[in-house]
Structures are given as C-alpha cells and as structure tokens.
Write a protein that binds this ligand. Structure first.
Ligand SMILES: Cc1cc2nc3c(=O)[nH]c(=O)nc-3n(C[C@H](O)[C@H](O)[C@H](O)COP(=O)(O)O)c2cc1C
Ligand code: SF4
Length: 571
C-alpha cells in the first residue's frame, strides 16, 4: 500500500472518482474500487464509500458492509509503517519483543502514527518463521539481531529460496525453483501448451482415470465437477461458463500455491486453459490473496506473456483478482461472492457452483494445485498418474512441513507414506531438540495427532479413519512444550475472528467455545464443563452452514481426546 496519508487528499473527490470509475465495468466492481482507493491513499473514508455507492447504484449500508468485512479495507489513515506479524506459536517471542520495545500491543499504533503492529494469520512462509510483512516486503527467519532492522526497515534479506529437498517425486513441482518462471519459450519447448489430439470429453476421461481429487481441502473427485460443468447447457456452445482458481491459500502451515504460482505460473495457466477447453468456459479468474504480492507480480507478467503469445485471449482469457484479507473467502461460495464484489458471505449449497456459480453461471472452482496437476495428467495420461499413490488417494501431494522442525519446506511425494516416516525423513527432528508431542495436519481446522498415530499413512482414507484429514497438505510439528488446551482455545478464537457471521452455531459458538476453554484452563475442568464443551462441538459440527464452523470442533476434540492432561483431565 502506498500513498500519502494527508487527510486533505481524501477530499479530492475528482481524483477518487477517477480511480473508482476504472472499476465500473470490472468483475467485483465495488470491492475492487474500494481496494483501489485503499491502494492509492491507504484508507477509504466515508466520502469515498459514498462515491462507490453512487457509482455502483448500491446503498451506503451495502458499501459499509463490504468495507467492514475485509481486513485490508481500512477506514482511517494507517500508520506510516505497519509491521504485520504472523500469528504462529513460533512468533510469540517476536511479538512480545516488539510490543515491549515499542510500548504498544498487537493491533495498536504508536501515538505519533509512525508505526503499527498488526496480526496476520498466514503469510505463506511458514517453513521460514518467524515471519513478518512490512508494506509488500516479507521478512523471514527473524531473530533478536534482526529486530532493529525490522524497526528501521533496513537490511532485509529477501526470503531464502533453498533448493528442493532430496527424495521427492516431483510431478507438479519439477520445474519450480529450477526453471525461469517467466521463460515461456522454454516452458513450451519442454512440452507446455501442446494439447495433442484429445477432445474435451477425452480430457475429462483422463482426469477421471487419474483419480485426481481436489487439493483445496475436501478432496472431492475432480472429474465429477468437470463433467457437471461440461453438462450444463451443453447444447449451447456460447453459454457462459467460468473457471475460477482458488488461490486464497489462507491455511496456516501451507504455502504450496504460493510457491507454484511464483515458480511456475505457466503451469497454472495451462491447467486452467485445459480445464476451460474441457468444460466449455470462456473466462477464468484467479482469486489471489493480497498477502502474496510477489505471486501477483509473477502472475500478472505471465498472463500478459501468454496473451501476447496468443495462448490466452481468443477463446479463453484469465483475469487476476486480488482478495482483501478475509480467510473465509477461501471457501468457494464465499470466494464467488467476493469475486462478485460483495461481502464474502457463504452461500447455501445446493445449488453447487458447478451448476450455479459466479453470477449464477456454471463454474469450475479448483485449488491452484489441482489445476497445476492437470497438464501432467493430460501429457502422460491418467493411468500413468494413478500409478503414484494408494487406492483412491492417487498421484502426488505437495506436503508442506513447518513448525518446530530443523528443516521445513515443500515435499512432493506420492500419497501413502506413514506420517511418522515422513517427519523422520524430512524434518531433521525438532528445532528445539525436544521430543515431538503433537502434529496438526490439514490447516487450522485440522486434527492434532499424537505420536501414537504416526504410523497412519498420508492418504485421504487412512486420515479419515482416525478423524483427521489431509486438507491442503500442511503438516505442523509441535514439541513437548505445546499446551493443547491453549491450542484448542486458539481454534475457537480463530473461528471467532474469521467466521463470516451468517449462522449462529459458528458466530456465537466460537465465542462461547473460546470462553469455555479459557475457563477450563484457568479454573480446571469439571464434568459439567466437559459435557458443555462436547455439546457445543456437536452443535457446531452438525448445524453450521459451512465447514468453517463445522470443522472447528476437529482440532478441539482431537486435542481433548489425545491430550486430556492439558485440560486437567486424567489421561
Ligand atoms: C473455511 C474454508 C476455507 C477454505 N480455504 C480454501 C483455500 O484457501 N484454498 C482452497 O483452494 N480451498 C479452500 N477451501 C475449500 C474450497 O471451499 C473448495 O472446496 C476448493 O476451492 C475446491 O477446489 P478443489 O476441488 O481443487 O479442492 C476452504 C474451505 C473452507 C470451508
Ligand atoms: S459456519 Fe461460520 S463461516 Fe460458515 S456460514 Fe456459518 S458463520 Fe459463516
């Protein structure tokens, strides 16, 4: 974010009108117009909000609703510099040091408005923590000696890009970190964008044979979505259909989407082009989180190069849409609302996005890694892909290892390796040297597993059997100092902060859950409190409209089940 914070600028309505007018006919108009004002001035005041309301012919209340939903849409002048600190347990000391040094708490500004400290749940560099972001600069591996530089903004080392860890099977990430990401000529020479003779139906058939499942979290079979979108109004070739790439990657402990978008953007573009051809879509969007400015720049350049080369533009084109700082917009229906320029409120399903998605049209929504898996499958055949992995967990998965490990990073391997073997093979042990106490798998809504479960294979089926999930492939390791009751409280708190607020079990349940676990931690656990906690989890799981509220009980209940001593209960 750039621009002067001079209040008088906000009264320059002609200038603001010019900025927002550029978004009048763009997808997500009101949201992208508000975003553009914030990019120019640092914030969007009442007058600018009124201008957006009148340009888009919507009520002031609606605009206020959009502004209040998104973290990035500030309504008052920001501090000259804002340090955004990643909120993981490994960053607690960094937060405390900065708070003590500056005499302000997280979420506050210095009295002279020179500096602010802000919390951020994910910056996509979990394997290089502690991490912070200033403006668009990412600071990684921050230690005590770096704090002075962090405050002055000097001597930031760019994020390290270590080479790939050995012993992987890189089908998707084979060029990542090795090839020049923007060298389209070489990408094509190596086989990229050679569609071969496969028809649209033939491509869907290869996807079906491959057994590819969505990598965004739920692991839903990809070919079913493709076939559903393809079947909608199949007799009308001009019928509008969309492809949407979910690049919101908000799960703590995950960074695979960021890495592939920064390291091999043409792979994503090719995957989306193949999908568009197969389902009959003419327009695609990449919904990218705002915390990934480098990915934004690389993708912008790659899309331009692909257009200049004629790969995009004629029958299918892609537009990059930048989110505005809301975790829930990773959920596909919330994302679609956001892409339409609204608050990211969850939509009830059905109708499924494949039938009625963006602007009510059939829409194929996939995660970045799902689309990036497609070119390999189309080039080598679905059967070849299926040779990797186990059973219905076919192919490879880019697992992302972080937390208390000597060595974190992205590890692409076929599904099936037992969790403990994976950690032994790639982590180098804990960074602290202490024994491992727990592993959280599948992001902030994923289960906490104890070492007794480490023989579980990394497959969708085996994880489901123990009440866990692969999610987007994040694996976060904790040593014996972790307090699982505190983590459970954090899970409720995360849900409280990120809930879209549409349904009661999630909006209110998360707050009550946080209070209850806090009470248990402070005053001990009784039968009554335990039963209330279980009841609350049950209601959230069964009655929430989406998996945000529906899955929050998973980390809580797994912590309670495997680490009862942390709640003051008998093991
Ligand atoms: C709370 C919540 C957050 C989510 N965040 C993401 C995300 O950041 N990225 C993503 O690809 N999918 C995310 N999902 C899953 C999407 O709703 C959707 O299933 C996915 O984009 C479909 O793509 P896939 O078929 O490739 O998995 C999230 C789901 C929930 C419930
Ligand atoms: S579960 Fe939470 S995030 Fe999902 S619709 Fe309900 S309030 Fe919104």
């Amino acid at each position: 974010m750039t621009g002067s914070r001079d209040d008088s600028i906000m009264t320059t309505m002609t200038e603001i009108a010019e900025i927002i007018a550029q978004h009048e006919h763009r997808v997500g108009g009101p949201l992208s117009a508000l975003r553009a004002v914030v990019e120019a001035y640092g914030y969007v005041d009442d007058k600018a909000q009124s201008a957006v309301a009148s340009l888009f012919n919507i009520s002031g209340a609606e605009v206020r609703g959009i502004v209040s939903f998104y973290e990035d849409l500030k309504t008052s002048p920001p501090a000259a510099r804002t340090i955004r600190i990643w909120q993981a347990s490994g960053c607690r000391e960094l937060t405390q040091s900065l708070e003590a040094r500056l005499g302000i708490q997280l979420g506050e500004k210095m009295p002279d408005n020179s500096l602010a400290l802000e919390a951020v749940h994910c910056l996509g560099h979990c394997a290089s923590g502690p991490v912070a972001m200033i403006g668009e600069e990412i600071w990684t591996d921050i230690n005590d000696a770096d704090i002075e530089n962090l405050l002055t903004g000097e001597n930031n080392e760019p994020p390290s890009q270590p080479g790939p860890l050995p012993n992987q099977t890189r089908l998707i990430f084979n060029r990542c970190g090795i090839a020049d990401p923007l060298d389209l000529t070489t990408y094509k020479k190596e086989g990229g964008f050679k569609t071969g003779s496969l028809s649209a139906d033939g491509i869907i058939e290869e996807i079906r044979t491959s057994g590819l499942r969505g990598r965004g979290g739920a692991g839903f079979p990809a070919h079913i979505k493709w076939q559903t979108v393809a079947d909608q109004n199949a007799d009308q070739s001009a019928y509008q259909k969309y492809i949407v790439c979910n690049a919101d990657e908000g799960d703590s402990g995950t960074f695979a989407d960021r890495m592939i978008m920064e390291g091999d953007p043409f792979l994503l573009i090719e995957g989306m082009c193949l999908a568009a051809g197969a389902v009959g879509a003419s327009k695609g969007f990449i919904y990218l989180r705002s915390e990934y400015p480098h990915a934004r720049d690389v993708l912008t350049e790659a899309i331009t190069l692909a257009r200049e080369d004629g790969l995009l533009g004629e029958t299918f084109d892609i537009e990059l849409f930048i989110g505005a700082g809301a975790y829930i917009c990773g959920e596909e229906t919330s994302l679609l609302e956001s892409l339409e320029g609204k608050r990211g409120l969850i939509r009830a399903k059905p109708p499924l996005p494949a039938v009625e998605g963006l602007f009510g049209k059939p829409t194929l929504v996939h995660n970045v890694i799902t689309f990036c898996s497609v070119p390999w499958i189309v080039r080598h055949g679905g059967a070849a892909y299926r040779e990797y992995g186990v059973g219905d967990s076919s192919g490879t998965m880019p697992f992302q290892l972080s937390g208390n490990v000597k060595q974190g990073g992205l590890i692409e391997i076929p599904f099936g390796m037992p969790l403990g073997e994976f950690i032994d093979a790639f982590s180098g042990g804990t960074r602290s040297g202490r024994p491992i106490k727990a592993v959280q798998i599948g992001g902030p809504l994923g289960a906490y597993l104890s070492p007794a479960q480490f023989d579980t294979p990394l497959t969708y089926e085996a994880m489901a059997e123990i009440g866990a999930g692969i999610g987007h492939g994040g694996i976060v390791v904790f040593d014996e100092t972790v307090d699982l009751a505190e983590q459970a409280q954090y899970s409720f708190q995360f849900c409280e902060i990120e809930s879209c607020g549409k349904c009661t079990p999630c909006r209110i349940g998360s707050v009550r859950g946080k209070e209850l676990v806090s009470d248990i931690r402070a005053n001990g656990c009784t039968e009554e409190k335990l039963s209330l906690l279980k009841d609350l989890c049950d209601v959230m799981e069964k009655a929430s409209l989406c998996q945000m509220g529906g899955m929050t009980p998973i980390p809580v209940e797994s912590a309670l089940k495997h680490f009862p001593q942390d709640f003051g209960l008998e093991p």
